[in-house]
Ligand binder design. Structure first.
Ligand SMILES: [Zn+2]
Length: 88
């Protein structure tokens, strides 16, 4: 018989409690804001406006999505400018 899946899912959390989370950058929102995911328990963090790490709540996910959009438009604009200045 198979063991219940919930039992194995508890192990990563125990690992994190013992050794701490092992966060990896999963998304670069802007130069300063990044999203992190723990490779063991999949807990997600993000950088807030003060530069400290906080839990990635749906609200912050939304804020990050907006930030990312603004950041990308800016990047595209500056790339256009660079292109124009290299041609002219
Ligand atoms: Zn963890």
């Amino acid at each position: 018989m198979k063991k219940p899946a919930t039992k194995t899912a508890l192990i990563p959390k125990m690992y994190c409690n013992l050794f701490g989370h092992d966060y990896e950058v999963t998304k670069k929102v802007t130069y300063h804001v990044k999203e992190y995911t723990c490779s063991h328990c999949k807990k997600q963090l993000t950088t807030n406006s003060n530069g400290s790490l906080i839990e990635l709540t749906p609200k912050f996910r939304e804020i990050n999505a907006i930030l990312e959009r603004i950041h990308n438009t800016r990047m595209e604009r500056s790339r256009e400018k660079m292109l124009v200045s290299s041609i002219c």
